[in-house]
Write a protein that binds this ligand. Structure first.
Ligand SMILES: NC(=O)c1ccc[n+]([C@@H]2O[C@H](COP(=O)([O-])OP(=O)(O)OC[C@H]3O[C@@H](n4cnc5c(N)ncnc54)[C@H](O)[C@@H]3O)[C@@H](O)[C@H]2O)c1
Length: 363
């Protein structure tokens, strides 16, 4: 049983609180805003999970205890993640889970966090939960049967009406970080699950990290918002694999999909193939098309994520696909995408320089 503190009682804070309670953990859920705590107890949690759970302690951040937690989770807007994470690190938790995207595309503080985590006893994770989901894991497993990998595509295309439906207290993107790409919103930040999933498959297939990014972004800028609604990305990895990611906040109905093409066949992943069902289908050599469906609820996403962290803490696995390093690599690609669009040039990522803007070089 773990003692956990969740910072940020918004949409994700509620998911993480529920997932923690499902695993029998002790939860303190805190926020800087009393209205968010009240909304959690009276609205978000009971609406989503049937009833409020009296075992969860709700409190303002300033009243929350410090230094006695196994796991601290940061579920606040992206532009506050790193300062809060650095403070949380001082509490010396066994693990720290920071929500995605890890930070804004400025990358400010990213290298400092990496260094301070390395000097601590804390294991750090970033909340790209899809890569620890059963469907993505199954896709990676089945794709080991593919011979030479020709290309890899991932798309997370989803109109963000669904996000606002889950946040009835927001009128639209202007009311939160979502409407501002520089704060970590827009399609590039919000749907960066797609970049992260691409990186996960490329790593699993032994293709290395993304080293080149060419992007075309469509920004939507008014007096009240400034975000990319469409983010088209071409990648090249260390081993020369070329592939593509599309993220947008305009496609309806949503399409969350991945496809790995080898010389002897393909593997395809469709998230939300039907409500509550993900699908993996594949054909290798002359075999018939095969298909596996995986039933999943929204709470499962976060229960599986916390189980992954638990398993690393217990030493059952050494490397996690949601490690801080992976989340940092995703942020480098998001930052490279904006730089590529701004300059209409391909951007090279030089990881030797660290997770800093100077590691992004125009080709
Ligand atoms: N992994 C996923 O599938 C997933 C799903 C939803 C959200 N997220 C991520 O979680 C993060 C938060 O998103 P959300 O939808 O929950 O936002 P939200 O607006 O619903 O909630 C954020 C909460 O953080 C609080 N907050 C702001 N600054 C704070 C501070 N300094 N200390 C404590 N609390 C503070 C706000 O008052 C608010 O209640 C984002 O990075 C988002 O991308 C991830």
């Amino acid at each position: 049983m773990y003692n956990v503190k969740i910072i940020g009682a918004g949409s994700i804070g509620n998911h993480l609180a529920h997932a923690s309670r499902s695993l029998g953990w002790q939860v303190i859920l805190c926020d800087v805003d009393q209205a968010a705590l009240d909304r959690t107890r009276t609205q978000i949690y009971p609406t989503r999970y049937g009833a409020w759970d009296e075992a969860i302690s709700l409190m303002l951040v300033e009243n929350a205890p410090r230094g006695k937690f196994d796991l601290i989770m940061v579920g606040t807007p992206p532009d506050s993640h790193l300062p809060i994470a650095l403070e949380a690190l001082k509490e010396n938790p066994k693990a720290l889970l920071i929500e995605k995207p890890l930070c804004p595309p400025s990358l400010e503080g990213a290298e400092i966090l990496k260094t301070q985590v390395a000097q601590s006893n804390t294991l750090a994770f970033v909340g790209y939960d899809h890569v620890v989901g059963k469907a993505a894991q199954e896709t990676a497993r089945v794709s080991q049967a593919l011979e030479s990998i020709e290309t890899l595509d991932v798309e997370f295309r989803e109109h963000w009406g669904g996000i606002f439906a889950a946040h009835p207290w927001l009128q639209g993107p202007q009311d939160s970080y979502l409407g501002f790409w520089r704060r970590g919103g827009g399609a590039s930040g919000e749907h960066s699950h797609a970049i992260n999933l691409w990186q996960f498959f490329a790593t699993q297939l032994g293709k290395g990290r993304i080293i080149e990014v060419s992007a075309a972004l469509d920004y939507f800028k008014t007096e009240t918002v400034d975000y990319d609604k469409l983010c088209l990305l071409h990648f090249k990895t260390e081993s020369g694999l070329i592939g593509r990611v599309v993220q947008d906040v305009i496609t309806s109905p949503a399409r969350k999909w991945a496809r790995i093409q080898g010389t002897n066949g393909y593997v395809e992943l469709t998230i939300g193939h039907k409500p509550g069902v993900d699908r993996v289908n594949w054909r290798v050599t002359e075999d018939a098309v095969q298909e596996q469906t995986i039933e999943k609820t929204r709470p499962d996403d976060f229960i599986w994520e916390l189980q992954n962290i638990d398993s690393v803490l217990q030493g059952k696995q050494n490397v996690s696909p949601i490690s801080l390093e992976r989340g940092l690599e995703t942020m480098m690609v998001v930052a490279a995408a904006h730089l590529s669009e701004e300059n209409k040039r391909t951007v090279r990522i030089n990881y030797e320089k660290g997770f800093i803007p100077q590691a992004l070089e125009l080709l």
